[in-house]
Design a protein around this ligand. Sequence first.
Ligand code: MRU
Length: 370
Amino acid sequence: MKVDGRHIRTIAPGADGWSVDIIDQTKLPHVFEIKNLRTLDQACHAIRDMLVRGAPLIGATAAYGLCLAVREAPGDEAIDAACKKLSATRPTAVNLNWALASMRAALRGVEPRRRAALAYRHAAELCDEDVAVNRAIGAAGAALIADAGRGRKGDAVNVLTHCNAGWLATVDWGTALSPVYAAHDTGVDVHVWVDETRPRNQGAALTAWELSRHGVPHTVIADNTGGHLMQRDRVDLCIVGTDRTAANGDVCNKIGTYLKALAARDNRVPFYVALPSSTLDAALADGGQAPIEERDAGEVTHVTGVDPGGEVRSVRVTPEQSAAANYAFDVTPARLVTGLITERGVVEAKRESLRAAFPEKYSAEKYAGQ
Ligand code: MRU
């Protein structure tokens, strides 16, 4: 997508051809800053501390992190150690291990001196594939938005989204927001309700920034507002992303997604999940076993924003004596999901339907979690 008229991706090789440029998302929406990663440790830090975030972008960063490691030490043991380090950075987004497995498969049996060049080539391919997949999700999801708007006179189609599953969460285009961009770009009148998404406010900070840059009408709402809007017929459909979807269609996504799905069901609002197949974990029988990241309580006790003087500050919002807990993800049962918007079209959130759409993911070995 474009920033100040320049097309950029969230991750790309640096000017020297080997280091890696990312957008430091911890600074958005106040400061747009590109950061250059040169070591495996810097890549790990970028994922762990959420300079990059969003399942597909975490996968892409892990792939390039491995390139940085292989460039330094291309032997088998060093690759094993680098994968272990990268894999431990964040637990929930399955794209992290998916990307590392794909990188390892590409490097297997290759002479160590040829591995670095091959690793960079494969990481670039994974990134291109992510963009193509997201565009296909955009086309499939835009049709749903256009359908919701058919026959309307003057009223925008209202889409509610949670967290950030836009281009910042991927290499480009986004997952849940790709349909919004595709619909908007083809002239559909679409408006987005943006959940702020406490505690890290990915909606308020990142989704709102993206949508405003692209000129998509949107309104930021407090996390508790969606149910009220649905009761008043002010939401036509919900589209969210996912960090890991189980074999049976249970969806693990940013904390608070489940509550929106419950409200949507109670109000007969369609609830869609944009699912790139890299996020489908066929080795996970259902969402009950999904690893749920628990992050530092400081993200709950404090909020960060910019003061009138333009200074970015963090302030405490809870009493010093109060304990706080920070569960980063929850699981929405498949029965609450109207459909999964994938690169192969809209698929029912059911094991048989997912298996029919993505048979390669359900091979015996993969299902056994190997
Ligand atoms: O903790 P984050 O910001 O990495 O989590 C990302 C999300 O949960 C998003 O909602 C997203 O839908 C999944 S990634 C496209």
